[in-house]
Ligand binder design. Structure first.
Ligand code: PEP
Ligand code: MG
Length: 859
């Protein structure tokens, strides 16, 4: 049944000009003839029964689009006596699309009459009708409704009337027109924009393949005829499963159009199957699938035609797959020895892991988009709209899923964010407060949705078109694409199965740059641990102060009139900080934990509304006016450039001293394996480090005496200001490590507020001012140069200095490549991005070492 294709064995005349016959040895290249042509050659090399095929390369097709000519009679002659032929697109990558295939070229009145005789009038009509319809619509650009379901004579008449010429009868002229139309379609604006959106370069070429038709429509008395597609794994799960359809007396992919007459492939209680009705064909398809898997080293979907009992393989494409299926397929191929483990690792795009780590919108689901924002944290969530942090907390107490909608978030909102299923903000960019916290929590988040208008007082949200949504109405957020959708939408669950773990274990065995997590609370640290972060690269201590009791103590500290009062409030904070650190050290064991001393401006801890101020006045037993005055006195014109970071530590040293004591006492209690790392934020001068270091040393000495435990700590400096990068040699002298806070460093290098950039960022990227949002993808030219300078000068001043990146860029594959090339030791990113970073790091190492020489098949 599985007869080899004759191209493999038969000697042919020379190729027609501009076309290359696909044989096992022909010079067919994916980058010149397209993926389909290359794949057909691979199938032919496997000895599969592929009908004779000629390939037209990109240059020829480009020329046809410009009005060039080709000898189509020679092409037809090369495919046998009086053949019917098909033309299919062959772009560089299947995903880039291409014009629809056209079948049965060569059908004309004479052929119709002959086939009516040989195969019966129904079969001949079906073949001719299909061709007239495709030619009329795709080549002559006529309205498809004129042809639908009409008899052949009427179709021909309709064509003649609309096109003002008779339907062409000369096969060479038909082919000439088809080739030119398909070539021009590729050049059209819509096609170009569509393929560019799918990642194709602007100058991507199109090849075409011209194949001798195997009809699939035949005389029932002469045996089985029909067509179908088959694949051997599930596109959804990647598990072995035969999927596809077969339709008797059909061509092309007709079997896939819902059709009551289609046969199941395997035995099925719901109806007849190919396995029962044509077992030999079914077995041959099985053999074909196995051959593709082991020899093409890929799970392929095979398109086939059966004619009068003989099986022909028309095409094969890589099975379409969900991210989850992609993982399972790669692991299965490597486990079965078909591909090396390192190639399995390379076959998974790091960002694809985000799809399995989070819930996703079911791609099959119907959706109604209300508005669009910036995708800031991946995954999808459905919930009722709430407009305040308090409402989110109340809803979570009732176990209700909510989407917290805010103009932008502040530290005050953190508890509400913890309670919400998703976050939507009107303002902000990808490193705004909302985005950073949401990524840390693994919550879907859309920011900078400037199309929506929030009326906080009325508790409504207005979307483009004027529709007003009230608190309590249900929306769905897609944090992976930035879409805000109406109502409830079906979601797919995350899939952290054994294939996910296996790929990441293989990745870890190969990567050579460390991956830590940014985690602020014990619960974040547990997630980081679950994703096998090698340590905590950034614990932002301010996030520990936002639960009610702690916030009150913090506010009392800020309002303290003198050093004694301040010391008293810090005394209250000390045990809670110590308990948090102790828990974090206990979770991470011997793995390093970097704790950053307090960073944000103090006013972020103060209430912003009247009710909050009243509560504070009551708890501090102060007049409201005094509270307001104090809050006013803390107000700064540019808080992000003001009294924050190490400046706080120098102006109010007691805060850092309390934090240092909490860290050291927790480390002593945790046992000898724990060496805490303490990091100073927003440094810009050497003296800042000197001052803080001497105080930390003094606290460490006191704790050593008090506890009797002889511990060590490592000091780190955050490089977040351009000056710190430029002076890294002297700043790094006192430090064990420098950690580049690329969020602030980007903000300060561009002079671009990370909280306000969302307003114009999309316009900037659209206009090509910035290639990408620099808060998302590291600006390797500008900020990158500061990283390189900082790394080089830092190591000049201190050769054993450890270097890392802990800004949001730490989880971005391109930024990891930059950090690795610049000699950084590790990156640190949100826990949910840790798997992405581990895989991206492994890709870099594998590619560099060239451990695998075989690239994945082009299609
Ligand atoms: C940074 O600035 O890159 C950083 C990690 O600190 P934060 O985001 O807390 O300002
Ligand atoms: Mg910072």
């Amino acid at each position: 049944m599985l007869r080899p294709n004759r191209s493999a064995a038969v000697q042919h005349d020379p190729d027609p000009d501009g076309a290359t016959r696909i044989t096992p040895t022909a010079n067919i290249r994916a980058d010149r003839h397209g993926g389909r042509a290359k794949c057909l050659q691979r199938l032919i090399r496997l000895g599969l029964p592929v009908p004779d095929t000629l390939a037209l390369d990109f240059a020829t097709v480009f020329d046809l689009a410009q009005g060039g000519r080709i000898d189509t009679q020679a092409i037809i002659d090369a495919l046998g006596p009086d053949p019917l032929v098909s033309v299919r697109p062959s772009s560089g990558m299947t995903d880039w699309g291409g014009p629809p295939s056209i079948l049965n070229i060569g059908m004309n009145d004479a052929r119709h009459a002959a086939l009516s005789h040989a195969l019966g009038p129904d079969a001949a009509d079906a073949l001719y009708a299909r061709f007239i319809q495709s030619f009329a619509v795709q080549v002559s650009r006529l309205n498809p409704d004129l042809f639908d379901g009409r008899p052949i004579a009427e179709m021909r008449d309709a064509y003649a009337t609309e096109a003002e010429e008779p339907f062409p009868q000369d096969p060479a002229a038909q082919l000439c027109a088809v080739l030119a139309a398909m070539a021009r379609a590729w050049d059209g604006t819509t096609a170009r924009l569509l393929r560019q959106a799918r990642g194709a370069p602007a100058d991507a070429g199109l090849g075409l393949v011209v194949q001798r038709m195997v009809l699939g429509v035949g005389n029932p008395a002469s045996g089985e005829s029909g067509s179908g597609v088959i694949q051997f794994v599930s596109s959804e799960t990647g598990l072995p499963q035969i999927t596809g359809r077969y339709l008797r007396q059909s061509q092309g992919r007709e079997a896939l159009v819902p059709n009551a007459g289609a046969l199941y492939l395997t035995r099925d209680a719901r109806g007849p199957s190919l396995e029962e009705q044509a077992p030999a064909i079914f077995d041959s398809l099985h053999v074909t699938g196995q051959l593709c898997r082991t020899r093409l080293r890929e799970e392929m979907q095979v398109e086939f035609t059966v004619h009068h009992g003989d099986l022909h393989i028309l095409d094969a494409v890589r099975v379409k797959r969900s991210a989850r299926a992609g993982l399972r397929i790669a692991v299965a191929l490597a486990t079965d020895g078909v591909i090396p483990e390192s190639e399995a690792v390379l076959r998974i795009a790091p960002r694809a892991l985000l799809d399995v780590l989070h819930r996703q919108i079911d791609p099959e689901a119907a959706t109604d988009r209300l508005a669009q924002g910036i995708a800031a944290s991946p995954g999808a969530a459905t919930g009722r709209i709430v407009f305040t942090s308090a409402a989110a907390q109340a809803a979570s107490a009732r176990e209700e899923a909510v989407i917290l909608v805010r103009p932008e978030t502040t530290p005050d909102d953190v508890l509400g964010m913890h309670s919400a299923s998703g976050i939507l903000t009107e303002r902000g960019g990808v490193s705004s407060h909302a985005a950073v916290i949401a990524r840390g929590l693994g919550l879907p988040c859309v920011v900078g949705a400037s199309e929506i208008t929030i009326d906080a007082r009325a508790r409504t949200l207005t979307v483009p078109g004027g529709r007003v949504l009230a608190e309590g109405e249900t929306i769905t957020l897609d944090g992976s694409t930035g879409r805000i959708l109406d109502g409830t939408v079906p979601l797919l669950e995350p899939a952290l199965d054994d294939a996910f773990q296996t790929i990441l274990n293989w990745a870890d065995e190969r990567r050579d740059i460390g991956v830590r997590a940014n985690a602020d609370t014990p619960s974040d640290v547990r997630i980081a641990e679950r994703f096998q972060a090698e340590g905590i690269g950034l614990c932002r201590t301010e996030h520990m102060f936002f639960d009610d009791t702690r916030l009150t103590a913090m506010r009392e500290m800020i309002f303290a009139r003198n050093a004694e009062d301040r010391a008293a409030s810090l005394e209250q904070l000390l045990p809670v900080q110590r308990a948090d650190f102790a828990e974090i050290f206990q979770i991470m064991g011997a793995r390093p934990v970097t704790i950053r001393l307090l960073d944000p401006p103090l006013h972020e801890f103060l209430p912003t509304d009247r009710k909050g101020m009243l509560d504070l006045a009551a708890s501090l037993d102060l007049p409201l006016e005094a509270v307001q005055r104090r809050i006013d006195s803390l107000r700064e014109f540019n808080p992000m450039l003001g009294m924050r970071g190490v400046r706080l530590g120098i102006a109010i040293p007691e805060i850092y001293e309390m934090q240092a004591r909490a860290i050291f006492e927790a480390a002593c209690a945790a046992g000898p394996g724990v060496t805490p790392e303490v990091m100073i934020p927003l440094v810009s001068a050497r003296r800042e480090v000197e001052l803080v270091k001497s105080r930390l040393d003094a606290v460490a000495a006191t704790v050593r005496v008090e506890t009797g435990v002889d511990f060590n700590y490592r000091l780190g400096v955050m490089v977040e200001t351009p000056r710190a990068a430029l002076r890294a040699d002297e700043i790094g002298e006192y430090a064990t490590f420098l950690s580049f806070g690329t969020n602030d460093l980007t903000q300060m290098t561009y002079g671009l507020s990370r909280d306000d950039a969302g307003r114009f960022m999309s316009a900037y990227v659209r206009e090509g001012v910035f290639a990408d949002d620099p808060f998302l993808v590291l600006d390797t030219d500008g900020v990158g140069e500061l990283l390189t300078i900082g790394a080089e000068r830092g190591r000049r001043g201190n050769p054993t200095l450890i270097l890392s990146i802990c800004g949001e860029h730490g989880g971005d594959p391109d930024s990891i490549a930059f950090a690795r090339a610049a000699g950084f030791d590790y990156v640190s990113c949100s826990p949910f991005r840790v798997p992405v970073a581990r895989l991206a790091a492994a890709h870099l190492a594998i590619r560099e070492r060239g451990r695998t020489t075989t690239a994945p098949p082009e299609r």
